[in-house]
Design a protein around this ligand. Structure first.
Ligand code: ATP
Ligand code: MG
Length: 390
């Protein structure tokens, strides 16, 4: 197996993930779900594997919504999938088609397009297409499962192009459709946390909780044994000489915090530098990648997104992360509050609690059973220390 950090990987190059995928399938039987997880952890890979290896009763369809820039484009993309699904069963999307045609919509080369001035008609097409899906599909038949990657990114696109109102309407309509049609299932994920889009909409007085009927499931890094297996397969695939493959694979998995993306990167870097796979070379490669100005591991976003996500609280967030990184240990809420009071004008315990829970949702922090905070990923703590010159 060749190292391919960030690229499209073959299904047979996907290691592990059986456990989380089983949980996802079991959950889908009951409700729709949102996959939350840190960037580059392997979310897209997980849902692509679901698409290729569906369990009985489901026909999953994978849609990368990054391509949709308007609510109408989204509605048309969903309509198209429903149309294909039903056509394969010899059924038709009668309700949606009638409305779509009456609206002056056209189908060109398998793509559906509404006329420019269609306003909010996308809602009717989407609603009718879902009605067709639910009503035309017999109870015993296979069910369509939407796997929607980059949904938050699409919502941000819609918000920026068509306004907050339209982005909210997309979320509200999807929720209403889930409520009306018990059998409708969608899996939503993406590289930006959905909660950030929701909080930007809340600032525009959007008070709804449009995903509180969906299960939230976190994709963790690989299990340690799978991370070691992936590292070993990549070292072999790249034909790197290794006096002790087991020790090398172990070191790669450990240094990468079991993130498959970083495992690919380490092996690629060993290959490019012509180094043998040994624990010493692995440590050397990681140390240099963490300080590399080109940021091959795409870690800078952990720092750069803070001003955007946390705005007026950004200073407090930097201080908290600096404190936890330089302590290389844990801290209680009171200790963090005392530190913030000493270093800034921050003096609000409730606000700190809210901030800490957001930082947990953004995967910076983890809370112990006894309530002490620390960095969630040791690797990120290490990078933060280097990057911030602590
Ligand atoms: N199970 C796996 N086995 C082997 N390699 C993997 C696995 N999961 C992820 N990878 C590697 O990590 C890279 C990133 O994975 P993926 O694109 O699925 O992450 P993501 O969480 O969807 O990222 P983003 O947050 O940018 O959307 C892949 O290109 C591949 O190199
Ligand atoms: Mg992805």
């Amino acid at each position: 197996m060749k190292a391919n950090p960030g690229g499209q990987i073959d299904l047979n190059a996907v290691i592990g993930r059986e456990g989380i995928i089983q949980i996802l399938w079991e959950t889908v039987e009951q409700q729709s779900l949102v996959i939350t997880a840190e960037r580059r952890i392997g979310k897209t890979t997980v849902i692509k594997k679901m698409r290729h290896e569906p369990v009985a009763g489901w026909v999953p369809v994978f849609q990368d919504l990054e391509r949709c820039h308007s609510a109408a484009e989204f509605a048309m993309a969903v309509y198209k999938e429903i149309h294909q699904f039903l056509s394969q069963k010899g059924k038709v999307t009668r309700r949606a088609k009638e409305f779509f045609t009456a609206m002056g919509g056209v189908e060109v080369g398998g793509l559906f397009k509404l006329p420019e001035k269609a306003g909010t008609q996308w809602k009717d097409v989407l609603t009718r297409a879902v009605e067709d899906l639910i009503h035309e599909n017999d109870v015993s038949g296979t069910k369509l499962l939407f796997l929607w990657d980059e949904m938050p990114f699409m919502l941000a696109n819609i918000r920026d192009r068509e306004g907050e109102q339209t982005a909210m309407e997309v979320l509200d309509l999807l929720r209403a459709l889930r409520q009306t049609h018990g059998g409708l299932r969608m899996v939503i994920t993406g590289s930006i946390g959905l909660h950030h889009i929701l909080s930007s909409l809340k600032e525009k007085n959007y008070g709804n909780s449009p995903v509180n009927d969906m299960a939230a499931i976190d994709v963790p890094p690989l299990d340690q044994s799978d991370a070691i297996k992936l590292a070993g397969l990549l070292v072999e695939g790249e034909t790197l000489p290794s006096p002790d493959l087991e020790a090398a694979a172990d070191a790669i998995a450990r240094e990468a915090d079991c993130f498959p993306f970083y495992i690919h990167h380490i092996v690629k870097a060993l290959k490019i530098r012509g180094l043998d796979a040994t624990p010493e070379n692995v440590a050397q490669v990681v140390a240099s990648q963490l300080v590399d100005a080109n940021d091959p591991w795409e870690l800078l976003h952990y720092r750069e997104r803070i001003p955007i996500y946390y705005r007026e609280d950004q200073k407090a967030v930097f201080l908290i992360l600096d404190e936890l990184a330089s302590r290389t240990g844990t801290a209680t809420v009171n200790e963090l509050l005392a530190m913030l009071k000493g270093a800034s004008a921050f003096d609000d315990r409730e606000r700190l609690l809210r901030l800490l829970s957001l930082m947990e949702r953004d995967h910076y922090l983890k809370r112990d059973e006894d309530g002490r905070y620390r960095f969630r990923f040791p690797l990120i703590c290490r990078w933060w220390t280097i990057n911030r010159g602590l």
